[in-house]
Design a binder for this molecule. Sequence first.
Ligand code: ANZ
Ligand code: ZN
Length: 801
Amino acid sequence: MKHNFKAIEKKWQAAWEKDEIFKAVDGSDKPKFYGLVEFPYPSGAGMHVGHIKAYSSVEVVSRKRRMQGYNVLFPIGFDAFGLPTENYAVKTNTHPRKITDDNIKKFTTQLKSVGFSFDYSRTIDTTQEDYYKWTQWIFLKMFEKGLVFRDKTLVNYCPHCKVVLSNEDSQGGKCDICDTDVIQKEKDVWYLRITEYADKLLQGLDGLDFPENIKQQQVNWIGKSKGAFVNFTLEGIEDKLEIYTTRPDTLCGVTFMVIAPEHPYIDKYADKISNMDAILAYRAECQKKSEFERTQLVSKDKTGVRVEGFDAINPITGKKIPVFISDYVMMGYGTGAIMAVPAHDQRDWDFATKFGIDIIPVIEGGDVTKEAYTGEGNMINSEFLNGLNNKKDSIDRMIQELEKLGCGKAGVQFKMKDWAFNRQRYWGEPIPIVHCPTCGDVAVPYEELPLKLPVMEKFEPGTDGESPLARVESFVNCKCPKCGGDAKRETDTMPQWAGSSWYFLRYIDPHNDNEFAAREKLNYWMPVDWYNGGMEHVTRHLIYSRFWHHFLYDLGVVNTPEPYKKRSAQGMILGEDGQKMSKSRGNVIDPLDIVDAYGADTLRTYVLFMGDYGAAAPWSDASVRGCKRFLERFAGLTDIITDEANSEKIETGIHKTIKKVTEDIEAMKFNTAIAAMMGLLNDIVAEGHITKDNLMLLVKILSPFAPHLCEEMYAELGGEGYCSLSQWPEFDPKKIVESSIEIAVQVNGKLKATITIPNGCDKDEALAIAKADENVAKALDGKNLVKEIYVPNKIVNLVVK
Ligand code: ANZ
Ligand code: ZN
């Protein structure tokens, strides 16, 4: 048949939709498969080819699972709150509701035109009241359990977007939305205590089928550090100065202390400090820098000011040491104070060198007059540690001593910070909290959820980065749910990551009005069996959603701590020029243009054929045409059907290909699966005919990739029902075994011949065939044969003298 994709694709998409064949069934007794892809942000630009690649993997797996008899849940939805829509709303003075609805409509049409087998009856939109009601509900549960707190703090703030950004959203010191440099600003911040789950998030990784690099990124982001907290006496002051160190073993090498410029002791003991002017001036300087600049960009040129007023006492040596403030110590990590060991820490070494402070080595090795020595070695200058040469032993011994002296203990720290959870923007979930002058922060009662976003005409943030909601008096002014007195609502909204932190649970029961999802449905469908998405979400969405799920598990409302059994990630599609696709480069491929010109099946096949699924790969029009050509030739197989049996070579090829495609899909080696089908097609075309039964097998294994064409061919071949719901073929192991195989013959390690032997023949037979070969015979002629080696089905190796 002809590959008449225009007609075929419309026809089958309509049929699938009408018969609702991709609808997941609740409470079926079939085994379940829950395939998930990261739901899109419905931007005005519509779908790009990256979406197609991201969805095609789990799409192929889901289609295969249906054919293997699974009850499949493969849903889609829209992560629709967020800044791009809001910014566009401000610019065009259109309500974000309308923009969102329009974009979702457009996206849905586009998705359907590619023939993805989503269960559209479960489509969710995070901006709908019946969805965000439950986002607010989870937030309130966290509030109830003490996992939400408010604090005035210096935060990462984007002066362009006028929003507070979490650390995750300002990686590298840049706003994740607009790339502007973030600044530090004091703000009222609502935090989610994600740090309370740091250990669980770390340990939970163990049993998960995530790629190693994804696990590693999460491990690094969580950043667990083991060390000790040590209290240093400050002369003339009651309070001790507590520091965090990973190297308590180096305590005798401490020659000064450094505290963060924001350290509270500066203000608390201002009256004891004689150079407050210099200190406050330095502190003001530091506030101009972002945390990123302070941690990453601090050059060798260290700055700081000595705190004139109190010195510290080393608890082991009893020596008096100076205290400095310097911006290389962060208030947000550990205790905001460190013991400095210039001989063994490069930052401390740089500082000591500049300020002329002693450098005392306590570990042998290196030359500390040139740089800090960070290797291992014998302990020296360290009293009771002297002579020890194992870092762990020294650390343990020192902690023991500190505990005995009552001035220190072992402890851990995490790099991960609590999650800054409020945004001063309109298009987000209102935070359901009321500020009462008498009762403080009070939760909106559950029965009042959803706390609806008020309808507004203008959405600009206020001048000082205040939320637009602060201008809606009818929203702001309310009664306190506790005491009934006059109160004011919180006017900030949640970050975009809120709605995506639990959406996979709502798919399971999207229309439930009483709970976010019924427990027995959750028990049946969860965890997600296979989740595919982008590498850019590995330290945010993937951690946030695992955190929420762990919390819900502790709350007793979901059945497993971890939401995702398996995670994979697609590689980026680059432009033909090898550069990232972008409007400004003019190298963007619109997937719908490809659907128009070559068909959805070609597009789907191509994005999985373009290389290793996880690797970045440039777009190639030539290769798209190659895939189109493959499908055309495949369609042509219906024209060469005969009753004549296929040759052994083709029979073997077909069953090997079934085996390969079956296995490659599981291993995400889609490109080699497709390549195998292409190779087989060539062989069949060369043979000139194929039986109907054999063709049926091929149609089925190609169908997850090119489902429209395969439905059409399946119908033409007289298949029953839908190809998409037919049974996945099993390969015949007997047919994979070839009757004869080719092996190499070496004489003294040199290749002399390639011979054909019966598959699985014994040593004698193989040797006989080898020796009968003319070249081999020549090589043996007149020599003394001292060794005969036969590796079954692999090689004959003869050694002569
Ligand atoms: C003494 C020492 C000696 C240190 C040595 C290191 C090497 P991680 O692994 O990142 O946890 N530190 C502690 N709190 C800090 C803060 N708020 N800002 C900047 N630096 C801080 O590193 C912990 C180490 O980083 C700690 O151990 C401390 O320096 C420093 F040879 O203490 B160390
Ligand atoms: Zn009150």
